[in-house]
Design a protein. Structure first.
Length: 219
């Protein structure tokens, strides 16, 4: 291990929050293996912002040891006292495409009423690319929270299952232009003949943001 790594590891043991925060930031200059090891330490820091940064970084460097990453992220997903850290854990599970975490994410979603946490979970399930997420995302389309619904639309696009077209088609008529905009993006991701008439209609949407974005997708 490098001298810088050894120094930063010592700083992570400091009683000063500022010193520990600087160490987490400085770790970005290290090689991925050293950085990962430091983030496994910072992931259980007593200060929430440090845990948040560490958990977020694991979404990038966790490929060094996927089983260890799954262990750490699953723990933070359920036991961290701060919802934003738990949301970061969900996002990192998605970034690392740890498909075995699908049931954990589903359980976490069902255990909370916090829309921001639910939003992060829905987005992560799309990134996972796990086929078993389809039915769960289809159900999330009925969320009372518009942002959670938009996340579900996006994640269905990420999965690329053509069966999603029938679910998304009615939403192309939704009064909320942001939903129509997201539907356009997701249908373009899915592709296929069934999406073309819907996309052509959205290309003439009365809201310029929707129409212009859809035309760019059709080009």
């Amino acid at each position: 291990m490098s001298e810088i790594f050894t120094s930063l590891r010592e700083q992570l043991a400091s009683e000063e929050i500022g010193v520990r925060m600087k160490a987490v930031h400085a770790s970005r200059s290290l090689n991925i293996t050293e950085r990962f090891e430091l983030m496994t330490i910072a992931a259980i820091d007593s200060y929430a912002r440090i845990r948040y940064d560490a958990i977020s970084q694991i979404g990038t460097v966790g490929t060094v040891d996927l089983p260890k990453s799954l262990e750490i992220l699953s723990d933070r997903l359920f036991v961290d006292p701060e919802l934003d850290v738990r949301a970061a854990a969900a996002a990192s599970l998605g970034s690392l495409q740890l498909t075995q975490a699908f049931n954990l994410l589903k359980t976490a979603y069902e255990s909370t009423n916090d829309w921001m946490f639910q939003f992060s979970i829905i987005a992560a399930i799309g990134e996972l690319g796990a086929p078993e997420g389809f039915d769960f995302l289809a159900e999330a389309l009925h969320s009372s929270n518009e942002l959670v619904k938009i996340a579900a639309i996006g994640s269905l696009g990420d999965l690329g299952n053509p069966n999603a077209v029938a679910l998304l088609a009615p939403l192309a008529e939704d009064p909320d232009w942001q939903i129509r905009h997201r539907v356009s993006q997701s249908l373009a991701q899915i592709g296929g003949e069934a999406t073309k008439p819907i996309l052509e209609k959205l290309a003439n949407d009365p809201i310029p943001q929707v129409a212009e974005a859809t035309r760019s997708l059709l080009d």
